[in-house]
Design a protein around this ligand. Structure first.
Ligand code: SAH
Length: 397
């Protein structure tokens, strides 16, 4: 195995189990590793520290192991088995009311660069690194072993996430399908609600599994309320609000394909068109044009406004504008559930943007709760960067 040798004193973060080696920490590369190859990580004094996927770029090595040998044939089964057992321990694997969850959350599961979402027997894999993209055959075989005969398919959805590199054939498709399984879409259960998930055509892996617990909170507070679900995608929050007894739900997304699925999900869960209205529209315009006091509960769950640090300032302004519009419009005694999934916007910065938004409106606003990503989007304590979803439950008088 080729190796990288770190500059003196640059082993500290690796000794603290941080899973990334930045290119600036490397003094020397021994051998000629290809992108995606496994390389050893050695301290300047010759201690072998770790081993991971090599890639050209600011993160030069994504660490897969601090002790065991990732070339062992059972490596993937053992790692996916660990990820599976965490979800099992948390009650997600054998739940009667939920059959979809994130099985692998990258660094959170010790597998930097890999996402695997599980949809009622279908695993959708997303590689974010060359090494994971190259390993997808081995990962697929390990998924078959972990799930056994209950597995229906493994779909690779890496074309939008794997770095484009010469020689990588970035075409999405099935890595494996059980005989007779032909569908690109199926219904899943989340907390007893049904959702159609289309992994081929949907955004990300097909569904936003990270909002499961926050959707349940909306359901608990929706009774009798007029609800506005902004950036609704396939209507996750809308269905929970309806099931929780909302008086009416308006759902807004700029994607017509998403709105088509909202309508199908509303019907699938047995709600009538008189309880729900779909709007394919810009969410910011929609809430700005809404009459004051028209809604008693507003959900604000936009896409990541900042994908990198350079976009932070503009993103914070955008969060402030959007939240000011929602806070200004919600009825007195109403709730606003507001979220940010931008990893570079931390909790404090987001709270500050929402604080500035509230101040702009001059209304009395209280924070009732702070919301997070759920356990299956686990955060490795040695990699706090894995925490990305944050939200606030506001009460507006
Ligand atoms: N709340 C959703 C997930 C939201 S993801 C859920 O629970 O599943 C963000 C969504 O915002 C995407 O569906 C995207 O189509 C939509 N979107 C992006 N920009 C938008 C805009 N300006 N107006 C309305 N929707 C937008």
């Amino acid at each position: 195995m080729d190796k990288v040798i770190l500059r003196p004193h640059r082993e500290e973060s690796v000794l603290r189990y941080h899973p990334w080696v930045f290119s600036g920490a490397i003094a020397q590369t021994v051998g000629h590793p290809q992108e995606g190859d496994l390389v050893g990580v050695e301290a300047a004094d010759g201690r072998m520290l770790a081993c991971g996927h090599y890639q050209i770029g600011s993160i030069a090595v994504r660490i897969l192991s601090f002790d065991e040998d990732p070339t062992r044939p059972d490596f993937w089964v053992r790692m996916l088995g660990r990820a599976y057992r965490l979800r099992e321990a948390y009650g997600l694997v054998s739940s009667a009311t939920t059959n979809c969850y994130r099985l692998v959350h990258g660094e959170g599961d010790g597998l930097p660069g890999l996402i695997v979402d599980y949809y009622n027997g279908v695993c959708v894999l997303q590689a974010h690194s060359v090494g994971m993209f190259r390993a997808k055959g081995a990962i697929c075989a390990a998924l078959q072993e972990v799930y056994g005969p209950s597995l229906k398919a493994v779909y690779d959805k890496s074309s939008g996430t794997a770095p484009f590199k010469a020689g990588l054939d970035l075409v999405d498709g099935y890595l494996w399908r059980a005989p007779g399984f032909e569908a690109d879409e199926q219904a899943v259960l989340e907390n007893g609600k049904q959702f159609l998930v289309n992994w081929r055509e949907g955004q990300k892996t097909g569904f936003f599994l990270d909002q499961r617990e926050n959707r349940a909170r909306v359901g608990q507070l929706a009774a009798g309320r007029r609800v506005l679900n902004l950036f609704c995608y396939t209507g996750g929050f809308s269905i929970y609000a309806l099931a929780g007894g909302a008086a009416h739900v308006d759902s807004v997304d700029s994607s017509q394909r998403a709105m088509d699925l909202v309508d199908r999900n509303v019907a699938l869960n047995g709600f009538g068109a008189e309880q729900h209205t779909s709007y394919c529209a810009d969410a910011i315009d929609f809430v700005k044009n809404a009459p004051e006091g028209a809604y008693d509960l507003i959900i604000v769950d936009p896409p990541a406004f900042a994908k990198h640090r350079g976009a932070l300032k503009n993103a914070l302004r955008a969060y402030q504008r959007l939240n000011a519009a929602a806070i200004a419009k919600v009825a007195s005694g109403g709730f606003v559930f507001t979220f940010s999934c931008s990893q570079v916007v931390d909790k404090e910065a987001f709270a500050l943007a929402v604080f500035s938004a509230a101040a702009e409106t001059g209304r009395s606003v209280r924070i009732l709760d702070r919301l997070n990503q759920p356990a299956d989007h686990s955060v490795n304590i040695y990699h706090p960067e894995g925490e990305y979803l944050k939200g606030l439950l506001l009460y507006v008088e």
